[in-house]
Design a protein around this ligand. Structure first.
Ligand code: ADP
Ligand code: MG
Length: 378
């Protein structure tokens, strides 16, 4: 258990004969003791580069990495107190799986019997007991991946780094192991950074999630915070399934009341929503163009309200996904009820103030979260 701090961390690759690549761009991040951090982002956004710098397999271009109080970016990888499970597993082919997993503990001179017990326990947790006597080339990719994960977890190092640790596993096994791994990390208070591009995995496993895009840390917050208070349009659109509805809009005034005017795809004015009481004090909203975000599950079906037309209606067994066109604006709506309507039928919806998120068009920065304003007013 330790804290991990990344302080203005940068990585620029300078491949021979090609333009430099800024893989990690001024990342600042500080963990709590024993915290589980999910590093989430699309392929190529700099997740592996970040982990490899923490582990010491890649030099930092600039910035500081601290474990506890100690800057470690000049320390040899083996002396950093970091255990890493690699994207490509990196098991030693000539060693049995059991010896691969126990290798670091034996090197630390832990008694053999104790190493054996620890290895058996972690193997049981990850369901690889039957292959402990086998050699890496003779087992499947999913088994190699779990062996590599076991080798990192068994060490209970001050900081554990797991790079896409379950990408090769069946969804069902992944869900089971996710819960067990979380339990193990919590039981041993292991500060952990795990990389994933799967937001469900990140939400299920992490205390806080660091969302990265193009080398830049977009937001570092709890799963609930990322959903309810996304820092910018990228996070707002990236987190949440189905994604947030995004509509061009403008802040204005109708008969003395503040409204947000929505525009359809052709740029024509469509309907307006009242925003009186939203953000009046918290965030001064100048009149002008904004981008409006509305989460699908925050829109409610109503007897009266905005009249829409059903464009698609899918019952997924435990929730309905509807696409409803309201005066030229298609909106995805999620409800847990089964809705009888067919394509072309009319349906009324309500968009409560707390469902609204406003973003600045140029920067994508969040200006206002309806939920905040509603809470503040209550
Ligand atoms: N050794 C390298 N040399 C040059 N470019 C690299 C190297 N490793 C990674 N990159 C580039 O850095 C960016 C981030 O890569 P990476 O950290 O592997 O992303 P992720 O793990 O999020 O998929 C990508 O554009 C990738 O092509
Ligand atoms: Mg990667």
């Amino acid at each position: 258990m330790a804290t991990l701090v990344l302080d203005h961390l940068n990585k620029i690759y300078k491949p021979r004969g090609r333009a430099p690549v800024k893989a990690v761009d001024d990342v600042n991040l500080a963990s709590a003791d024993g915290e589980i951090i999910g590093l989430l982002g699309s392929s190529g956004c700099g997740k592996t580069s970040t982990l490899r710098m923490i582990a010491g397999f890649e030099d930092v271009s600039s910035g500081t990495i601290r474990i506890g109080e100690q800057p470690i970016q000049q320390t040899a990888p083996a002396r950093r107190g970091v255990a890493m499970a690699f994207e490509g597993y990196a098991l030693y082919p000539p060693l049995k799986i059991e010896d691969n997993i126990g290798f670091a503990l034996l090197r630390q001179r832990m008694p053999r019997a104790e190493v054996r017990k620890r290895v058996r326990d972690i193997a049981e947790l990850l369901e690889i007991q039957p292959i402990l006597e086998r050699y890496p080339p003779t087992i499947s990719a999913g088994q190699q991946q779990r062996a590599s994960l076991a080798r990192a977890l068994v060490r209970r190092a001050p900081v554990s780094l797991l790079d896409e640790p379950m990408s090769q596993l069946e969804p069902q096994l992944r869900a089971i192991l996710r819960a067990r791994i979380k339990d193990y990390l919590a039981a041993h208070q292991m500060t952990t950074v795990f990389v994933t591009h799967d937001q469900t995995e990140a939400i299920a496993l992490a205390d806080r999630i660091a969302v990265m895009e193009k080398g830049v840390l977009q937001q570092f917050a709890s799963p609930a915070e990322l959903k309810e208070r996304p820092a910018n349009l990228f996070v707002a659109s990236f987190i949440g399934e189905p994604p947030m509805n995004v509509v061009q809009a403008e802040i204005g005034t109708t008969r003395g009341a503040r409204v947000v005017q929505l525009f359809d795809r052709a740029g024509e004015p469509s309907f307006t929503l009242p925003i009186g009481g939203l953000g009046q004090d918290q965030i001064p909203l100048a009149p002008g163009k904004v981008i409006l975000g509305i989460r699908p599950h925050r829109i409610t079906l109503a007897d009266q309200g905005l009249q829409g037309r059903i464009q698609s209606n899918q019952w997924l067994g435990d929730q309905t996904h509807l696409l409803i066109e309201v005066n030229g604006i298609p909106l995805t709506v999620v409800t847990h009820r089964r809705i009888p309507g067919r394509i072309g039928d009319n349906l009324a919806i309500e968009i409560p103030p707390r469902a609204l998120h406003l973003f600045e068009p140029a920067s994508g920065r969040a200006l206002l979260h309806g939920g905040d304003a509603v809470r503040a007013a209550a």
